[in-house]
Design a protein around this ligand. Structure first.
Ligand code: 13P
Length: 333
């Protein structure tokens, strides 16, 4: 139905207290599994490609396919750059046709993070692309076996006063916050700082982003959503399930030479993981009548626009106005 940007979906999620999952794509199996889950669940979805995965996935090759899949999907789809740390990655994503980017300056000094993020926002907003930034720092690495850094929370959790200044000076569309999650597998039980999250939400009043989704409980997710998290990033759990699926298949058929069969097993297991998360994030069913809540939805699941894109809120207003005028004309006004 629609290739949209982050603003088109996360404000609705923020207002109605659900979260849109951001799932990393590293190849066609991931792409088809994630889209398959989104359509099965009638859920908006964010397809993310992380800069750290650029060695595995050529974005110039895969983005045309993603854009095509997104346009034909019956749910709104965002194509998002995850953890863009270099100017080059941001520009490559824009050229390739991403509708959203994350600029991650979280390891930079505050002033430098502000200045570089503001520059990226200016460029991206000019061409209708949304921007996520990160303040504080979510440690660990996507797909990694656990956080090994020994930092105290004060050293890397997001500070409320800084976050307010950061959002005001940069104009970002949403903010990734550090409240105790880590990328990759957790060592021990995760303990999120919900009190800090509540204070961030009260002070900022914009959609918040939770990175490091793998390993959190349904209770943690729901609590975070109730405190302003409208986008949840999830990757390692899909990678683990794909590897498990291959191991399991090879155990059952050690002599197999059926590579496509192994890929199908991967795809099915990834899709199951994504569907489960969409249920937990409460985005499942959002795109199903009568729940046409999301800004991106004007019933265009049934009636795609000529360009195939739902576009921005301005685009939405234009289309609603045109339809209203057309109806009034029909009634002789
Ligand atoms: P996990 O790999 O821990 O699920 O985190 C993914 C993520 O935050 C991507 O930015």
């Amino acid at each position: 139905m629609a290739l949209v940007n982050l603003k088109d979906v996360i404000w609705d999620a923020y207002r109605h207290k659900y979260a849109v999952g951001s799932f990393n794509v590293i190849n066609m199996e991931f792409l088809e599994a994630i889209i398959g889950a989104a359509e099965q669940c009638y859920s908006p979805v964010i397809l993310a490609i992380a800069e750290v995965h650029f060695p595995y996935v050529n974005i110039e090759n895969i983005t045309p396919a993603i854009r095509d899949v997104a346009r034909r999907a019956r749910v709104p789809v965002v194509i998002h750059l995850d953890h863009g740390t270099s100017f080059e990655a941001i520009i490559r994503a824009l050229r390739a046709g991403f509708t959203s980017v994350m600029f991650d300056g979280s390891l930079l000094p505050f002033e430098e993070n502000v200045n570089r993020t503001r520059e990226i926002v200016k460029i991206c907003h000019t061409v209708g692309v949304t921007v996520e930034a990160e303040l504080g720092h979510v440690t660990g690495g996507e797909g990694g076996k656990g956080n090994t850094q020994q930092l105290s929370p004060e050293e890397y959790y997001t500070r409320v006063d800084e976050a307010v200044e950061f959002v005001r000076r940069t104009g970002v569309d949403c903010l990734a916050v550090a409240v105790g999650t880590v990328h990759g597998l957790y060592k021990g039980e995760p303990h999120l700082d919900f009190d800090r999250l509540a204070r961030l939400n009260d002070a900022l009043r914009i959609p918040l982003v939770l990175h490091g989704g793998t390993g959190l409980s349904a209770h943690d997710f729901r609590q975070a959503i109730s405190l302003g998290v409208a986008k949840i990033n999830f990757y390692t759990g899909m990678s683990v399930s794909a590897c498990d699926a291959i191991r399991e298949s090879l155990k059952r058929k050690p002599d197999t030479i059926d590579f496509p069969g192994l890929m199908q097993d991967c795809k099915r297991s990834i899709q199951r993981v994504v569907e489960r998360n969409m249920d937990i994030f409460m985005s499942a069913g959002i795109c199903q009548t009568p729940n046409t809540l999301c800004n991106a939805c004007t019933g265009c699941a049934l009636k795609p626009t000529p360009s195939g894109e739902s576009g921005s809120e301005e685009d939405l207003i234009r289309r609603v106005t045109e339809t209203t005028v057309e109806v009034l004309r029909q009634f002789g006004y």
